[in-house]
Write a protein that binds this ligand. Sequence first.
Ligand code: PLP
Length: 392
Amino acid sequence: MSVSRRHFVGGIAAAIGALKVGSDVELFAQNRPAGAAPRMATPAPDDWDGYAHLSSNENCWGPPENVMKAMNGAWKYSNRYGYPDGNIVEEIAKHHGVRPENILLTAGSGEVLDVVATTYLLGGKKVLGVEPTYSTVYQHATSIKTTAIKLPLGKDYRQDMNAMIKAANTRASEIGFVYLCNPNNPTGIHVSSAEVKQLLDGVPKGMPVLIDEAYHHFVDAHDYATSVPYVIEGRPVIIARTFSKIAALAGMRCGYAIAPKEMIDQMRPYSMGSINALVKWGAVASLKDAQGQAKIKKMVVDLREKTSAELRGYGYEVLPSQTNFFMVSIGREIQPVIEEFRQRKVLVGRPFPPMTTHMRVSVGTADEMDRFTKAFKDIFPAKAAVRTTAVA
Ligand code: PLP
């Protein structure tokens, strides 16, 4: 029996209505392919501020004053196609010690993930990565009628480089590229620079590796490093970066790829090349704002560690995170728990199969974290304290 799209959409809309949400845009927007996990339904606009937004790993403090000033100064270009853009591509290239030809500017790093997937998977090749991870590349693979080879996480929820290398070699002819999210979303756990090297040395020569560094700016681990030097070496490595996290510009949509020129040339035809005037100026101001970024990082790390310690003291294991979010083991299925938090005006992360008895929580303001902890203690009983896991 076939189910018409109208009926299907109607059913979803009714479900959303029951949740009292503003619209169904989040479920259907942003070209999410069929079969993609739905985004969290968004609270209605008049109710928006009443929620603690801890579900999407955003920067709760918003752009600092100098970034706002730079964006506000660019309004005068809003009616133009051609305008000064703050030399954003040159500034990004200078920031990383690469050439402008090594940069592809995109509407958020989500576009980088889509563009890489289109470039290297069209024709039926597969992406190799772990599960759970940030699943945009997998969803995009589905939308272009191919699939992913997904490996389970290894010990302590870490990405297993040996397994990745083995699969990359034994199934080389099927694979279009390897995806490594570092640090990984949703676990918050990083891959050391030695492990990245092991992976890059171990995969078949010439196999593209996409390294997603969306949360790079929050990492403290002494054994972590950006993988940009591999691009400079000329290896087939693509780095994805975003202004959505540390720079607090998620709603403005700006990110970029760093890769060898030949790869950027292969990718560019699949990118939109359409970034708004305001964010270009804001992004350049943010790139130069090391002090502002350090301030955000400190607030995030302090609040993350404070909340994690409180949860461990209450008896719940928290994974050691290097990002602006963390995962707590709740010992039961997450889906109904999301709703329990929602009823308490706290939005927490979606399910990340197969880790469906863990909850991902983004770091919000001190007040939001207090509200989260209070709701947590309301929903879950106290248990014997968990001994602190050392942060690598
Ligand atoms: N990569 C990772 C690991 C993410 O977590 C996200 C967003 O949460 C993105 C990429 C995409 O972010 P944006 O498109 O806003 O740059």
